[in-house]
Write a new protein. Sequence first.
Lengths: 114, 114
Amino acid sequence: KNQVEQSPQSLIILEGKNCTLQCNYTVSPFSNLRWYKQDTGRGPVSLTIMTFSENTKSNGRYTATLDADTKQSSLHITASQLSDSASYICVVTPLGFGNEKLTFGTGTRLTIIP
Amino acid sequence: DGGITQSPKYLFRKEGQNVTLSCEQNLNHDAMYWYRQDPGQGLRLIYYSQIVNDFQKGDIAEGYSVSREKKESFPLTVTSAQKNPTAFYLCASSQTGAGANVLTFGAGSRLTVL
């Protein structure tokens, strides 16, 4: 069964600090890997999409990396802000399929404290 | 502004009642999706539609029904046959075709069964 596992489950850091969230997946072969940000009680918002051939993708203070050999991805947040408090969800698309076959991770709950 | 509108934001239902969640998009997207989100679990696909007047079951379709009479609208009915309907429901839409098509999510509807 295709799986996407994220760690840690939750993380608390001080405002201004950096952090890295991890995503390990078993979906293989895959076509792309996505990171979403979900504020409490809201819908997820896309941060990055990487194809299997890409190693890194940035969106402002968010940088995602991908190692297709080890089936790992990370999301690095630089100079965290209070507004970064949210859940971050890793999503993988199997090769040959579209959005109807996405595998979602359970997310990492990030809390930024002042 | 283009986007997806879900209503109501909060809904309470007595056991044995059917309820309908509304989802409207003005992004001109062909595909629309309904997901269910439960604490500690990844998003799970209920139904999806890639074209008007056609829809497909997702991974957890039992106890739910949908219709797609217009491109802009994809309402979800939670029937009395759904044994555990209390959850956060997310509607999403995307383009179709080759490549990674970004999912745009609505703000969600929280259903509570009393």
